[in-house]
Design a protein around this ligand. Structure first.
Ligand SMILES: NC(=O)c1ccc[n+]([C@@H]2O[C@H](COP(=O)([O-])OP(=O)(O)OC[C@H]3O[C@@H](n4cnc5c(N)ncnc54)[C@H](O)[C@@H]3O)[C@@H](O)[C@H]2O)c1
Length: 450
């Protein structure tokens, strides 16, 4: 059976219109496809229908505005429109539980809603990150419970989403798509879809399990590499050298067809993916009797960075003659990543907790984050402005290096802050000239590994 219409553009339904679903849906609609976003969150659907964008992703709000009111992007809390779709993309959340194992509840609920509505000829694509075997052993039987047979009546593939926040829309137009289907016809239909829809390379793999592990391997590598960068930073701190200088030299070595590519150290690893995907990998391996010791180590190394950050801030304050208890620290940037407002599993939260536990008065400023969410997460009232946040502070802790914090006018700030005042660089990676300028102005400077 053919799983894509040959003569016209396929109609798409995306189930789960959160971060990934929304970025993908908007991109497909901008390429001229008819897309329906289905989400169980009625508040979210009402916002989307009103043309409001709930995600701080560069270019997304503008694209939503362009599509608002057109038939190319519609929304629903109901599954009724599933029947009209040729391609159904599943992008619901796949968190981990307290035992760090994958929680498939959202996925199971979606499959239960889809199963009775599936019709012959449809292609189902799973995009949510899952443990190996999930597409074949969980999703397929749940969908077949509706009476249709996978491979004969409907197609099923795993197609991981590999975009990175802050650059999502550009990456969706460029990144090669990994496709692993439960059968060859499904795989071919999916690669044809991505080539037709976005004109991106789509690479066929022999099974969904390969594609599932590709996604996990990517995030395992990134988390692993950052853990090394973080340990390297601590080594550089111990020897009083700048980790960015070391990294610059080390990364010049050709290796394996590319170069050594040590990523950047920081105040910690956060976000929705890197904090859970290595554990999904670890758990899946452990269920088959394989122990992935590297995952245990990298997670521990990266999870310890917030503690390293708040201890370093307190130690530097004390060294400059200002006891941490009663000192004011201004946290600039609370998101887990530069230039996003995403607070999910942000490492800034344990830094703030550590500072508060040390008796520090914490001021918070992140213009990209949702202020109500920020308040609820940190238990601290966010400052209304940068000016208010920095007034009389003993430390400017730049923990997410958003664009405005790269352009700070330190000469003007000098008049607003206390003396002594430390600039703590958790993720801004200020250039040497900026650091020299800071010292000239009378600021102290410390970074992670700097
Ligand atoms: N955030 C990222 O940068 C990123 C990148 C690559 C892959 N992923 C993976 O993509 C998946 C989605 O991530 P996200 O960040 O978009 O999550 P999200 O939490 O932002 O979005 C998930 C959406 O699914 C909806 N949902 C849950 N159950 C539903 C149901 N039964 N029916 C309809 N809608 C339902 C939720 O209301 C929510 O809006 C995850 O598996 C994640 O690991 C995320």
């Amino acid at each position: 059976m053919r799983f894509l219409p040959g003569s016209r553009e396929p109609r798409v339904a995306i189930v789960g219109f959160g971060y990934v679903g929304c970025c993908l849906g908007v991109t497909l609609a901008e390429h001229g496809l008819y897309v329906t976003g289905i989400d169980r969150d009625a508040r979210l659907i009402a916002q989307l229908e009103a043309g409001r964008c709930h995600i701080a992703e560069p270019g997304l709000a503008e694209a939503m505005r362009r599509l608002h009111g057109t038939a190319r992007l519609t929304f629903s809390t109901q599954y009724d429109s599933i029947e009209d779709a040729d391609v159904i993309i599943i992008a619901v959340g796949t968190p981990i539980g307290p035992d760090r194992a994958l929680v498939t509840r959202q996925l199971e609920e979606v499959c239960a809603s889809l199963a009775p509505r599936l019709r012959r000829g449809q292609l189902v694509m799973l995009k949510s990150t899952v443990a190996p075997g999930t597409t074949r052993d969980l999703v397929r039987p749940l969908l077949e419970a509706g009476g249709l047979v996978q491979g004969e009546d409907f197609g099923l593939v795993f197609c991981p989403e590999r975009l990175s926040e802050g650059n999502a829309l550009a990456e969706l137009r460029e990144l090669p798509i990994i496709v692993g289907g439960c059968d060859q016809e499904s795989t071919h239909a999916a690669t044809e879809f991505w080539k037709r829809a976005l004109d991106v390379p789509a690479w066929e793999y022999t099974s969904p399990e390969v594609a599932e592990i590709v996604k996990l391997a990517d995030n395992w590598w990134i988390d692993h590499n950052i853990a090394m960068a973080n340990d390297l930073a601590r080594l550089c701190d111990a020897f009083g050298v700048d980790v960015l200088e070391v990294r610059n030299g080390a990364n010049s070595l050709p290796k394996g067809g590319g170069h050594v590519n040590i990523l950047l150290p920081s105040v910690g690893v956060g976000g929705y993916c890197l904090t859970k995907d290595p554990w999904i990998t670890w758990n899946a391996a452990s269920e088959r009797g394989v122990r992935l010791a590297t995952v245990e180590t990298i997670r521990e190394v990266n999870d310890r960075m917030p503690e390293y950050a708040h201890e370093t801030i307190c130690a530097e304050l004390a060294r400059a003659g200002r006891e941490p208890a009663g000192a004011k620290v201004t946290v600039l940037g609370a998101a887990f990543k530069n230039n996003t407002g995403d607070l999910r599993s942000t490492p800034v939260k344990p830094v703030v907790d550590g500072l508060l536990a040390a008796g520090v008065e914490v001021a918070l400023h992140d213009p990209l984050a949702d202020q109500a969410e920020l308040r609820a997460l940190m238990g601290v009232e966010p400052s209304a402005s940068l000016d208010e946040a920095v007034a009389g502070t003993n430390c400017l802790a730049v923990l997410a290096g958003h664009e405005p914090f790269q352009q700070l006018d330190f000469a003007a700030l000098r008049k607003r802050v206390a003396s002594p005042c430390l600039v703590f660089d958790g993720r801004a990676y200020y250039a040497r000239e900026t650091i020299e300028e800071l010292r000239r102005l009378g600021f102290g400077y410390r970074g992670i590994g700097r």
